[in-house]
Design a protein around this ligand. Structure first.
Ligand SMILES: O=c1ccn([C@H]2C[C@H](O)[C@@H](COP(=O)(O)OP(=O)(O)OP(=O)(O)O)O2)c(=O)[nH]1
Length: 209
């Protein structure tokens, strides 16, 4: 799949998950930029900035936080540009113009958070630089994005938003995000039924009651 097709597919999937969360998502006044900078702050912990305690960068978790950020970024862009064609054209231009620098991950994330707060919106160049700093390719982003989008959809189907239903975030000793990564390692986005396979993988292991 070409880069522009990957951006278009992700923008379409974003519209779908947002509509599942709320049919009127474009009218709800969601502050996407706020979710972006807060996820960026969560990323800092996974990069490991605390010099006063031991630890190392958890690359898998760092990349997953970037995938969460991209969900909010696509939502912001869909609201601003209207539809997935416009969003994918916009992202494709930013991707073509992008030249990565050897910037440390912590500084790249801080710059992403700073630009997000200053503009109160998504900054594609700072996002792509952060991907580059944490060694994430567009193919990596695409695969992980689709996986997380399916988990977000699965969560909604299992009552994540419903106060009367208990959603099991942790089961068999692991968070749903970690189970997702295990499933992701066994399948490829080249498989035609990629989305169905992720969903079926989650369904097979999720507690029945
Ligand atoms: O309108 C929305 C709201 C959320 N999301 C997605 C983005 C992200 O992939 C996920 C929320 O992040 P996360 O997985 O961290 O979930 P959480 O509910 O914030 O969990 P936690 O409290 O454990 O961080 O939901 C959307 O796509 N559209």
């Amino acid at each position: 799949m070409s880069a522009v097709e990957q951006f278009k597919t992700m923008a379409d999937l974003q519209d779908q998950i947002n509509s599942k969360i709320s049919k009127s998502w474009r009218q709800n006044g969601n502050e996407w930029y706020r979710a972006i900078w807060i996820e960026a702050a969560e990323m800092m912990d996974h990069i490991h900035y605390k010099w006063w305690k031991s630890g190392t960068m958890d690359l898998e978790q760092v990349q997953l936080e970037l995938v969460d950020i991209f969900h909010f970024a696509l939502s912001d862009l869909l609201e601003k540009h209207g539809n997935s064609e416009e969003v994918s054209d916009y992202l494709m231009k930013a991707w073509s113009d992008f030249k990565g620098d050897d910037q440390a991950p912590l500084l790249a994330v801080e710059e992403l958070a700073r630009r997000t707060l200053v503009s109160m919106g998504f900054d594609a160049a700072a996002f792509f630089q952060t991907m580059y700093s944490v060694e994430m390719t567009l193919d990596d982003l695409f695969k992980l994005y689709v996986c997380k989008n399916v988990l977000n959809s699965f969560r909604q189907d299992k009552g994540y938003k419903d106060p009367n239903i208990v959603y099991h975030k942790v089961f068999d000793g692991k968070e749903d995000n970690e189970h997702l990564m295990d499933i992701a390692k066994k399948i490829s986005p080249d498989q035609v039924d990629f989305i169905e396979l992720i969903y079926a993988g989650l369904e097979a292991i999720y507690p029945k009651s």
